[in-house]
Design a protein around this ligand. Sequence first.
Ligand code: MRU
Length: 353
Amino acid sequence: METLRWQDHTLYLLDQTQLPLTETYLTCTRWPAVADAIRCLAVRGAPAIGVAATYGAVLGAQKIAGETTDAAAFGDRFLAVCDALEGTRPTAVNLHWALARMRDVAAAALKTDSCTAVVGRLEAEAMRIDEADREINRRMGQFGAAELAQLGRPLTILTHCNAGALATAAFGTALGVVRALHAQGLVRMVYADETRPLLQGARLTTTELAADGIPVTLITDNMAAWTMKTKGIDAVIVGADRIAANGDTANKIGTYGVALLAAAHGIPFYVAAPVSTFDRTLEDGTGIPIEERAADEVRQCGGLATALPEISVFNPAFDVTPHEYITAIVTEHGVLHHPDSQVLHEFFRKEGI
Ligand SMILES: CSC[C@@H](O)[C@@H](O)C(=O)COP(=O)(O)O
């Protein structure tokens, strides 16, 4: 399974809404198809939507360059495409980060290059972001595995949602750490929360771990506390969609509850995320925009009604875990223990990021 592939001016996206039973790819030759795929979660996960959006921007640029040679017109229309792609999902900052890079490349190239040459530069940038994400996840895996290996035994791990290869260009963030630990023979069992309402844990995490021969057991979300109590969970590890300057972390709805449960059971709680997931413009998690999705995602499950159609619903797609509950954040530059404003500030200063 390949999350996404760019080939011959076309973006192929694994349609994750059809998993686990059907492996089918969407063929995107126009940017609105990429925007639709992000909106409906055919491609999802913070790093993956960032990478997909950059290729969406390239598709938009290709079309515009076929219709105008005027740099100003190209620039205006390209910005409108980037804005539309950015508007597809509000919480994951990687989308904003990746498109900001595309806007910067276009702005610089348009000063000297023809519109057609600008498209080439944008394509090269998108491929760089894609390639870098693959490498970043592997580095994060190594740092995270070295950190968790210090527990000194094969581990029983709990995870929430899907922060795996399917949520990134490849390898995964939280599941990248699990993969690296597994390569060292240090994974006893991974418990995967099913992750209602859209079941990313059940449909995606168990599928990709099983495909790699990593022992995995599925639980429903309301079993997490009892699983911690009875199954000897050594650590929780999750991904992130946006991390504020003080370490407060937005991730899939339910993560906050899992963090509280981990604290109650004295279990370390790890977040794995690339630096592109940090939003240092936000002092703390209160400013993170939380996406609310359609009510029917909750009133139905697998196409079957779980509640009457008139029942009102609250369906936030993400929640924010206060930094106090996070033992450490694993990045591609190293591990940040007990993250808070000072720790993060010092990390970014030292790394010159
Ligand atoms: C490496 S992915 C980290 C997060 O993006 C992931 O845990 C998550 O919350 C994904 O939510 P989704 O709504 O499936 O895009």
